[in-house]
Design a protein around this ligand. Structure first.
Ligand SMILES: [Zn+2]
Length: 504
């Protein structure tokens, strides 16, 4: 993969390089013998500095594409040309970056890879890089397309040769981290030792930059001021917790539902069109339902939307089961809860005994296919959902997929089927209780204890909202849409929270 990507990049660079090359050849001065004189004359062609610069810019952008491809996940990537960090140091920095409370991506590569100084420039001149300062880190962010902290260490023998540390935090929501001061501290304490610098950076860059009034609270205006402040921060915290939770859930559940809509649409497209009125009406209803689900998902902002989408999909699957029955000349089935092992299997038709890991045996409702597997003593085909690179049975994601399960187990008329796994219900209850507990009214009773909690809770929940960026599917989605071939600012950038750049 590594080599493959390199070859591609090399091929692209060659392709770009040959085009102007051909043009240059055509314009290259060739001795033009003039009949009147004995000496041949040469037409002077000035060096094409602008063209060379454009080429270098494109090459830098290409290189940055390759770097971004290595940093889909938080961590560090070091160009093999850079020998200032050894394997152990890289592994340790990688671990630290991955363990940070904010997603941190670090790239270390030779400044020459993104230099646009004309070749043959004397080394006493300052090297010009394709982008300046923080923009170097932003270029990486644009290509990876996930919110978080981005760091680029451009490696060179000196500051004039382009050596520097550049970093930025991009996120629309969530806390601000000390990224700017992390750059300063890293350079001040430890330059030019990359290992110590980056370790210092990681340590400092994950500290939440609290607004001034939190620190200043006790001095702000006596007890009255403190109460007002506490109330405001707590109410703010409650909304924030809920928003952060729902945002994180959305990152997990949206791609799952999106794939289901695509698969269902494909399944229907493969069906033969029928002129029989009852069948064509059923098919039209199913299509309408899927379209409604698609629109609702496109506009989804929280759990209530994704729950509605799941209910619609459950209903579409039931519609398909009815269609199959009518086609086969059977009566339409009664609505039943979805297959427990995988709601995508459609309505259940049978029951079986099942026990979760470490749990007691209970009856679960399953589809015909799963019933056949159970009868054949095969493992059930359980729906797995990958979160932070780990595939897990969907019911273990009680919080993230709570709205998905609630939606599928809803009958669409306010009634619900009972979900067989209590732990899932408890996870949902816990989440809702957490939202309630953070409302100011719920805290009035134990004021003194709560002042401290309000601040602590705020900081820790802020951290959790930042994890949302690491969801795999959203990364893929935004990677392709954000990848750009050339430099310049992106209109789709999240807001800059903190950032800095220092040569050393
Ligand atoms: Zn099934």
């Amino acid at each position: 993969m590594n080599r493959c990507a390199r070859l591609l990049v090399a091929a692209a660079v060659i392709a770009v390089a040959t085009l102007p090359g051909l043009a240059a050849q055509a314009a290259t001065p060739s001795p033009t013998p003039t009949p009147s004189k004995t000496r041949p004359t040469y037409r002077y062609t000035p060096p094409d500095l602008a063209g060379e610069r454009k080429l270098a810019q494109a090459k830098a952008a290409q290189y940055m594409n390759g770097v971004a491809a290595k940093l889909g996940e938080p961590g560090i990537w070091v160009d093999p040309e850079v020998k200032s960090l050894d394997k152990t140091e890289i592994a340790e920095l990688d671990r630290a970056a991955k363990a940070a409370r904010v997603p941190i991506r670090i790239a270390v590569f030779p400044a020459s890879e993104i230099s646009i100084s004309p070749s043959g420039t004397m080394s006493t001149y300052k090297t010009n890089l394709a982008w300046k300062g923080e923009e170097i880190a932003d270029q990486l962010y644009d290509r990876v397309g996930v919110e978080g902290v981005y760091v680029v260490l451009t490696h060179a023998r000196s500051e004039t040769a382009g050596r520097g540390l550049h970093a930025v935090q991009r996120a629309d929501k969530g806390p601000t981290y000390h990224v700017e001061s992390a750059v300063d501290q890293a350079v001040d304490c430890c330059s030019p030792y990359y290992d110590e610098m980056l370790a210092k950076f990681i340590e400092r860059a994950q500290q939440v930059d609290q607004p001034f009034y939190v620190d200043a609270a006790p001095y702000a205006g006596g007890v009255a001021g403190l109460v007002a402040l506490w109330w405001g921060v707590t109410a703010f915290g409650a909304r924030r917790v809920r928003r952060a939770d729902e945002q994180r859930n959305l990152e997990v559940v949206r791609p799952v539902l999106n794939l289901e809509i695509i698969a269902l649409s494909e399944r229907i497209a493969a069906r033969q069109v029928t002129a029989e009125p009852q069948q064509s009406k059923l098919l039209r209803d199913v299509l309408d339902t899927i379209e409604k689900a698609r629109q609702r998902l496109d506009a989804a902002e929280g759990d209530s939307d994704t729950e509605a989408v799941a209910t619609l999909l459950g209903s579409a699957r039931y519609g398909l089961a009815c269609l199959d029955a009518v086609r086969a000349g059977r009566p339409m089935p009664e609505p039943t809860p979805p297959c427990f092992f995988d709601p995508r299997h459609g309505p259940s038709t049978a029951e079986t005994d099942w026990a979760p890991e470490g749990g007691s045996t209970r009856k679960v409702e399953i589809c015909t296919t799963c019933a056949a597997r159970v009868a054949a003593r095969q493992e059930p085909a359980v729906m797995m959902v990958t979160v932070r690179n780990t595939p897990r049975p969907y019911w273990t994601l009680g919080e993230e997929l709570g709205s998905y399960i609630d939606g599928y187990w809803s009958q669409g008329d306010g009634r619900r089927w009972r979900y067989p796994d209590d732990e899932v219900r408890r996870a949902g209850d816990r989440m809702r209780a957490r939202w309630r507990a953070r409302r100011p009214g719920a805290r009035m009773t134990s004021f003194t204890d709560d002042v401290g909690d309000a601040f602590d809770g705020w900081v820790s929940t802020s951290g959790s909202s930042n994890n949302s960026g690491s969801s795999g599917s959203s990364r893929r989605r935004s990677y392709s849409s954000r990848t750009r071939s050339s430099g310049g600012g992106s209109s789709r950038r999240s807001s800059r929270r903190s950032g800095g750049s220092r040569g050393f």
